[in-house]
Design a protein. Sequence first.
Length: 261
Amino acid sequence: MTTLIAEKLTIGYEERTIVKELNLEFAAGKITSILGPNGCGKSTILKTVARLHPATSGVVYLDGKMIHETPTKEIAKKLAILPQSPEAPGGLSVYELISYGRTPYQSGFSRLNKHDREMIDWALEVTGLAELKYQAVDTLSGGQRQRAWIAMAIAQETDLLLLDEPTTYLDLAHQLEVLQLLEDLNKQDGRTIIMVIHDLNHASRFSHQLVALKQGKIVKQGEADQVMTAEVIKQVFNIDTTIVTDPRTGKPAMISYDLIK
């Protein structure tokens, strides 16, 4: 099972340091959600551990190897990342979009082989998009479009899936649709899923582990009942909360909150 570890990771943009000496090991085969206020470094960390953004210092290890010394194609066969609000070229069909997930296994101008097509068909099935395979991506609903992007990522056939705010701009039903899909992928295939998410209750419900950040530093990490506490949320978000146990899931849930003045 693919492992991903960050050691003493410092990240910034030009002269500004966003994250300083971060140590973080993501639990293999689990769902981890990264939480925190805007600007705390959540997305920057995700991009850096996926080698989309350079670290100022420190090391990211993918399966025990330093990721910055690992060939790009080798990384792409182990790790797939879905950025925030991706856009597909106009007129691209769902099938065509998902086929891009097979790029790491192609060479030159080679065509899709039998296994490539099998993986694309499997991704269409598990995301519930088989009947929409020839429809243009830009004609889909928000939830369908996000499922199409996730299908492309899982067609990449990696153990590790990183998602930056996969439920942003979606209504409540479509948010649940996407999160339940990710939960199923984790349960059925044992995929390690790491995501940045804003909704604390969704993070608590669907994650095995939470990482709460503030100003680029980890305030608390652990299971939901260790991180979803009034004390941690106060420290991270500067809000006063009431936390209860959700009777359906047994997970902690926030039912009310207010700014601390």
